[in-house]
Design a protein around this ligand. Structure first.
Ligand code: SF4
Length: 200
């Protein structure tokens, strides 16, 4: 394809397909109908490279946005891991930010939680809290649980210095250094039930 990389080729193919199908190729974002399907939704969209956060494969994504709203996400053809492919879960990534409404336009996902919501034990209503409150609560409950359940020795008198009342589930999207720091923190608390969500 002489000088034309796979990504440029796919973009040209998409725009070409739009032309063949009689879809008008607009010159500015204002002229673009906010249609959820078809390659013309990508015209004049801002491209941002990212990584799918759903599993440990770490597939490369291109996020297309207009007016700070995601209009589409696609696999990044230049990414060495997925070379443009995405599984169905990764393909639905754009729905985190916007969803397709009844009239086939993308609108902000009103159910997306972007604040700390707290429901007290036995409560029926969610309360909006700030992050400082939430982090303090998490730290307090971890400390209280750890102190109340800490075992210095097991039933046979062997020194164990552990708590079995806390477990930690890691993320396949964390890197080696992040896993190292998290592991150190958990071991310092005496947590021994440490797992990871990847099942590769
Ligand atoms: S395999 Fe699917 S879920 Fe996992 S990173 Fe790739 S696109 Fe995302």
């Amino acid at each position: 394809m002489g000088g034309l990389n796979r990504r440029d080729f796919l973009k040209l193919l998409g725009l070409g397909t739009a032309g063949v199908l009689g879809v008008p190729v607009a010159a500015s974002a204002a002229e673009i109908p906010a249609v959820a399907f078809g390659y013309h939704r990508l015209v004049a969209a801002k491209e941002t490279r990212s990584i799918c956060a759903y599993c440990g494969c770490g597939c490369g994504l291109i996020v297309y946005s207009k007016n700070n709203q995601v209009v589409s996400t696609e696999g990044d053809p230049d990414h060495p891991i997925n070379e443009g492919a995405l599984c169905p879960k990764g393909s639905s990534m754009s729905d985190i930010n916007t969803i397709v409404a009844d009239n086939y336009t993308r609108v902000a996902n009103a159910r997306r939680a972007d604040k700390v919501l707290y429901r007290a034990p036995g409560g029926t209503e969610w309360q909006v809290k700030d992050w400082d409150w939430a982090l303090e609560q998490i730290a307090k409950r971890v400390k209280d649980t750890r102190d109340a359940t800490f075992e210095e020795k097991d039933a046979k008198g062997v020194t164990v210095n552990r708590t079995q009342a806390i477990a930690h589930l890691g993320s396949a999207s964390l890197d080696t250094e992040e896993n190292y720091v998290i592991h150190k923190m958990l071991r310092s608390l005496g947590v021994i039930n440490i797992d990871h969500h990847a099942r590769l």
